[in-house]
Design a protein. Structure first.
Length: 214
């Protein structure tokens, strides 16, 4: 019971965390717009606390994967540690690929387009994840290091590998937002998963954040 109470968030802590996530996601989308000059619409983040063993099933239900999907994953380490997963359900449209690549989509063949698309999505993921995690750690006064982002494609991703990073009896917190590129047929989900130990640190950091504004 003691461990459960330590990993549960009260309503005030949830509200503070949601506000921090709003700020972080907003900052991330702003950074991306500065780079690619395409506006992004973000939905209000969802916060969920669940047993680690339920993560793969939660991810499968949270995102719709098909043969056109791209999954970008980047891990981060520090007092706040975990994984950030960016899911694009569909391929880039030809007009958006042209905008982001700076080239006419008719100027490259299918294999070139696939390689270019993967590189662009990796870069988008790197910017969004880095800016989002960076703003969270800035607000909560800590720092993290990152592993290079990795991309996988298709509907073969089962997310079972997420269990390798955590102890099965522990708890995870997921921070999820849905985003859409304005005037373009591209949307996706950004989901941040943090570890059990980070949850305990996060509760203390949220209290300190709130105390600074009292």
């Amino acid at each position: 019971m003691a461990e459960k109470s330590m990993t549960n968030f009260n309503e005030m802590e949830k509200q503070i965390l949601q506000e921090i996530m709003n700020i972080a996601f907003g900052s991330a989308s702003g950074d991306l717009e500065d780079v690619i000059d395409v506006s992004i619409v973000l939905h209000v983040p969802e916060i969920n606390i669940l047993p680690i063993k339920q993560l793969p099933e939660y991810m499968k239900k949270s995102v719709e994967l098909n043969e056109s999907s791209t999954v970008i994953e980047e891990k981060f380490w520090g007092e706040f540690s975990g994984s950030a997963i960016l899911v694009f359900p569909e391929n880039l449209s030809s007009d958006l690929l042209s905008i982001l690549s700076g080239q006419d989509s008719n100027s490259f063949d299918t294999s070139d387009a696939d390689i270019m698309e993967k590189g662009i999505l990796l870069e988008i993921g790197n910017i969004l994840i880095g800016a989002c995690i960076g703003k969270i750690t800035e607000l909560l006064k800590t720092v993290v290091t990152y592993t290079p982002p990795q991309a996988s494609t298709g509907e073969t991703e089962d997310f079972d590998h997420l269990l390798e990073d955590y102890q099965s009896e522990n708890t995870a917190i997921t921070l999820k937002t849905f985003f859409k590129f304005k005037e373009h047929n591209l949307q996706g989900n950004l989901i941040i998963i943090t570890s059990h130990d980070s949850i305990l640190w996060l509760k203390t950091a949220l209290d300190s954040f709130l105390e600074a504004y009292r």
